[in-house]
Design a protein. Structure first.
Length: 262
């Protein structure tokens, strides 16, 4: 083990960035990297190193796991909208006295030609839709569809894209497209063709950031379509945030150096 690598790093993962971080850390001699996946996706892409699947039992359960498995550093590299998990991670890290880092890809920013309507929640997004269109491309994942199941939206038609099939409640008029990013702009299955084929007139998305799902924003801009963007929640107060796996790996190595210097 090198003097600048903590003994055991736990990554709360499930994102592209979390897998990349595991790759960066796995090559360090003597380092132990464990990635934790929530288990909400049936066939997740597994990172290198040790992998555990399933919840911890809230903040208390995670704190107990950190202590039992002698975790030196905890990294919250979950989806930017995994608000409950992030809050539990902050409480658990404080309880177990383990350094915590949040890895968050930068959010999207509008450019000239975009017609964005920013909202604070899926409920706000649903309330806004009848004023914007009738054929909705809903790209917020399979959870949270209950917000769009209201009778006031019964006249709207939804194309719902998700990795796994959604469970009710969901919109009354809906077609499900099972697919996993990254997505492309061109081609038979590209975002331009998808909007055209389904006659979409409004897009709903969370501000997830990253390049994997960004082509839909370009396609919507080119087609002159409004996009309802759900703002992401902030990281828990006091938790340092980095924008990419390389910065996270550097921060983790700094923790290892501090540990050796004690």
């Amino acid at each position: 083990m090198t003097a600048t690598t903590p003994r055991h790093v736990l990554i709360l993962g499930g994102t592209t960035e979390s897998r990349r971080l595991a790759e960066l850390l796995q090559g360090a001699p003597g380092a132990r990297v464990t990635s934790s996946l929530a288990g909400r996706v049936a066939t997740p892409r597994l990172p290198p190193g040790e992998v555990r699947v399933g919840g911890f039992g809230g903040a208390e359960g995670l704190a107990a796991w950190l202590c039992e498995h002698r975790v030196d550093v905890l990294v919250d590299a979950t989806h930017p909208f995994a608000e409950t998990i992030s809050a539990n991670a902050a409480r658990a890290a404080a309880t177990a006295h383990v350094p915590l880092l949040a890895l968050r890809r930068p959010g999207w920013t509008p450019v000239e030609g975009d017609d964005w309507h920013e909202v604070g929640s899926l409920t706000e997004a649903a309330a806004l839709l009848p004023t914007l269109g009738r054929r909705v491309f809903l790209t917020t994942g399979r959870t949270g569809l209950a917000a769009f199941a209201d009778h006031d939206l019964a006249e709207l038609w939804f194309l719902v894209r998700s990795v796994d099939a959604p469970e009710p409640p969901y919109p009354a008029r809906m077609e499900v497209l099972l697919d996993r990013g990254p997505f492309t702009l061109d081609g038979e299955h590209g975002e331009r063709e998808l909007l055209r084929r389904h006659r979409i007139d409004v897009v709903v998305t969370k501000d997830s950031g990253g390049a994997a799902t960004a082509p839909k924003l370009t396609a919507a801009r080119e087609a002159g379509l409004p996009v309802v963007v759900v703002r992401r929640p902030a990281a828990p107060e006091g938790v340092p945030v980095v924008p990419d796996p390389e910065s996270a790996a550097s921060w983790i190595r700094e923790q290892g150096s501090r540990e050796v210097g004690k």
